[in-house]
Design a protein around this ligand. Sequence first.
Ligand SMILES: [Ca+2]
Length: 506
Amino acid sequence: MNPYFTTRFAGDTEARNFLPSLCLRASVVKTSRTLHLGAAFLALISLCLQNTQASPKNVLLICIDDLRPELASFGASYVKSPNIDKLAAQGRPFLHHYVNAPSCGPSRFTLLTGRYGPAGNSALFERAGEMAKTPDAVPPSMPEWFRTHGYTTVSVGKVSHHPGGRGGADWSDDSKIEMPNAWDRHLMPVGEWQHPRGMMHGLANGEIRVKTGDMDVFQSVEGPDTIYPDGLIVNEALDQLGELAADKKKPFFLAVGIIKPHLPFGAPKKYLDLYEGVELPPIPHSEKPTGKTTWHGSGEYMKYNQWGKDPRKDATFATEVRRHYAACVSYADAQVGKIIAKLAATGADKNTVVILWGDHGWHLGEHSIWGKHSLFEESLHSPLIVYYPGIGKPGIKTDAVVETLDIFPTLCDLTDLPAPDFAQGISLSPQLSNPEATGHTALAYKSDANTLRTATHRITVHKGGEVELYGHTTDGSETLNIADQNPALVAELKQQLSEKLAKKEG
Ligand SMILES: [Ca+2]
């Protein structure tokens, strides 16, 4: 028996049995047949019916790959993201949500386990290896926590690092599971793309990445959504949503992972057409930083075919790349629209918590980086929206600094599940009740450096001891390292960073 479940099940059962036992006592009251007791009985039985009819809340988690918080609802009016914006208008947009690592695998690790983890992309597979060796030493993942508390858990698309959650050469090996015990079903349609690995970097009509240098860095082919991989993923998600909502006996935890706007930037042409005549603002702070930073040479991006061009040297081409990224955002946004519309069509929208989450940001030329993998704001800042029926102050944004780690305890709060005491985040219930509520610091890490974002500063400490300190109260560009001028603040923030890292290692 996993020690993380033993005591929690007992408490949970007790809590859920409380209302029915109250109703039983009410039926005893009825035997008195006095008028006032009869009225009290009717009132109480009505209350009991209301409560016993209230099903546990479902969870719909929408993960979007490499999505910058550059959306109309987050202040970028030139981006066409009407469906995400509608969700933001009905829920709580978190304007300062930070991921715990600037890469898919380790960022998704923290979302799905509620714990800080390794910095590499194989973080969840490493965890699966530990589970095989010493299962009792590994706390349950978020979907496993919901599953063992009565939920049907399903993932479709890229939720964990590998779309579909399997390893092996083509990411389709049923004997290599990325998150054991997590899902009742973990699905990844592949269509013409042959396998999940083909879908991950697929372009139109089944083109899969064989040699990266032969694959175009962007593309826009005329056709329906299903000529690119996310169209298939979302069609499967709609089917699953219909099936899950029809099951009135069990609540569901459905996670849907949309792959765009991850590289290569391919989307149906109609989404690129949305940007016809739209002027993108200039790239802010596009200069390569001086001094020790986490700047890198944009290796992931540069591997693709760019027809001999380079956005770092060619402003016209840089704009073209940015327009294709924006087209991919609009394509992903359209998929979100379909999922939310289906949720409403099933009626489950009245009883479902919706989370929309980006797994990290992406530099579109800021600091002369085209990609993620840095510890600058652009890599770590991503969209987070939380929605549930009856949320107070819908659409009011919060500036509280929060981190991905916080999502697991938040979802437990919103669904009345027991709080997972092994999870390391902090519930966002205060910000959901009151958008003015303050947040906390956000930790992020790479193998060779760690960073802490506060409401006013970012400190980055390299393994070699070098320190970057940036102010965020007047200028968010992170171009001026003020560490040398602020030794006392550096010492204080290094201490805070050490405390968070101790929690990570603990
Ligand atoms: Ca990603």
